[in-house]
Structures are given as structure tokens and as C-alpha cells.
Design a protein around this ligand. Structure first.
Ligand SMILES: C[S@@+](CC[C@H](N)C(=O)[O-])C[C@H]1O[C@@H](n2cnc3c(N)ncnc32)[C@H](O)[C@@H]1O
Length: 240
């Protein structure tokens, strides 16, 4: 669908002119109409949350396959940096009886995520937390699409000018969140467990190194997206 078709689908005629002006001024169409489809569900978005990406649908799809392959029980899932809630809410809808906790450091993002859970009739626990700072308990799955862009990396103007910086950039050449999540993950994981990450296409080898350091005996899998870019890491602990 073109951006214009997207505007026409969601805006009534009285708002179309204003919508077109905003589009021409460089605003993403999803913020103008205020929602986006993701894995068969509809999510409200505003400038406080990252616009859910197609690659993240692929992350969710691949993770569901691993969960179905390895777990034959009710599972618990922790989504770190939930943003609009797209990962947590979709997993909750596709894995019946799962217990899902979703966290973010941004209260404004959590407000959107809570709204999206309610709108999709799904029960999720939302927690304001700086990575693990307010998380308790242990989980079968930790999933995260954290901020992973290095501060000096060139990115598209439409992204840089509109989406929240806090959702995009990370220290340590974009690796900060992977390192922090992996360093402490054992405290929040059950023995048999999965860690699932979306990653930047050039970060695969660095994140594999971090994963091996923290999970030397686990199966670490780097997967590509539909455009053949390295975009996902799965760590299987005591499951193979
Ligand atoms: C790349 S966005 C991903 C959002 C959503 N999960 C998705 O896939 O569309 C990263 C999210 O991490 C959150 N975040 C940034 N720093 C954080 C921190 N220290 N602790 C927890 N969440 C953080 C941001 O607010 C943002 O919502």
C-alpha cells in the first residue's frame, strides 16, 4: 500500500488535506493515521513509540516456531523495551495461556502499550524498568528488540527526525543493551529457556561473542531476514 492509500484508508475526507501536508513535511504515515497493522493485530502508535517494523514481525514469527518446538507447557515471557507492546501483545495472542511481562523505561511508551493490550483484549503485566531494575521472577523466554543504533551511524532522515531517540540509539557502538541483557539474563531465566533478539545487520558476530561469553554451553543461532540480512539471534539454553 502506498502512503497515500494508507492515509485514504484511515483518515476521513475532512482530515485528508492536513494528513497530506504532514506527509509532505516528512512525517511517517503511521504517526499521521495513529495506528499500524502488525502480525494480524492493530496497534495504536504515537511519537512516544517506535513504529513496529516488518522485521520485528519476522522475529515474532521465528520465536513462535521455537516456542512451539521446545515447550509443551504454559510459558512465561519477558519482553524488554516493549515500546508499543507489539512483541508482547502478539506473543500473548498467539501462545494461549502464556504469562507475559513487558517493560520499558519510558512511561509514555508504556501508556501506549497498555492501551494496545486493552484494545486487543489481552492481559499483560507492564512494568516501568531500566532493563532489569524492576523485574522480578524467572522466565522461559526473554525477548528484546532493544535500541541498537550507534550514535555515529547514518540513518534515514524520516526515522531520525520523528521516532524517539531513546528507542533508537545505544552506547558501545550500539551493543550496550545486548551486553547488559546477556550479562544478567541468568538471574531471570529458567534452566530451559530461550533468549531472542532483533539485531542490527552488522552486529551478528559481536553479539554471538557476547552470547558465547555468557552462555558458553548454549546453542546460539544467527538468523537472516527475508532480505538475507543477519537480523536475529536466538539462544537456546538446555533445550537442544
Ligand atoms: C527499538 S525500540 C523497540 C520497541 C518495540 N519492542 C518494537 O519492537 O517495536 C526499543 C525500546 O526500548 C526502550 N528502552 C530504551 N532504553 C531502555 C532501558 N534502559 N530499559 C528499558 N527499555 C528501554 C525504548 O523506550 C523503546 O521503547
Amino acid at each position: 500500500m502506498t502512503d497515500f492509500e494508507y492515509l485514504k484508508k484511515y483518515l476521513d475526507n475532512s482530515k485528508l488535506d492536513e494528513g497530506l501536508k504532514r506527509l509532505k513535511a516528512g512525517e511517517p504515515v503511521q504517526y499521521i493515521v495513529g495506528n499500524v497493522d502488525f502480525y494480524g493485530l492493530n496497534f495504536t502508535v504515537n511519537k512516544n513509540v517506535l513504529i513496529p517494523r516488518f522485521e520485528t514481525e519476522e522475529l515474532v514469527e521465528k520465536l513462535i516456531i521455537y516456542i512451539k518446538k521446545y515447550f509443551n507447557k504454559t510459558i512465561s515471557i519477558l519482553d524488554l523495551g516493549t515500546g508499543s507492546g507489539c512483541i508482547a501483545i502478539t506473543l500473548k495472542s498467539k501462545i494461549p495461556n502464556s504469562m507475559v511481562v513487558a517493560s520499558d523505561i519510558s512511561n509514555e511508551a508504556l501508556e501506549v502499550a497498555r492501551y494496545n493490550a486493552k484494545k486487543n483484549n489481552l492481559d499483560i503485566e507492564f512494568i516501568n524498568s531500566d532493563i532489569y531494575s524492576n523485574i522480578t521472577g524467572s522466565f522461559d523466554v526473554i525477548v528484546s528488540n532493544p535500541p541498537y543504533i550507534a550514535y555515529d551511524e547514518e540513518i534515514m532522515e524520516i526515522v531520525k527526525n520523528n521516532e524517539p531517540n531513546i528507542a533508537l540509539y545505544a552506547d558501545n557502538n550500539g551493543l550496550y543493551f545486548y551486553e547488559e541483557i546477556l550479562k544478567n539474563a541468568k538471574n531471570y531465566l529458567n534452566k530451559q529457556s530461550i533468549i531472542a533478539f532483533e539485531i542490527g545487520e552488522k552486529q551478528g558476530l559481536d553479539i554471538i561473542k557476547l552470547a558465547k561469553k555468557n552462555f558458553p554451553n548454549s546453542q546460539i543461532i544467527l538468523e537472516k531476514d527475508l532480505q538475507q540480512r543477519d537480523r536475529f539471534i536466538f539462544i537456546l539454553n538446555n533445550l537442544a
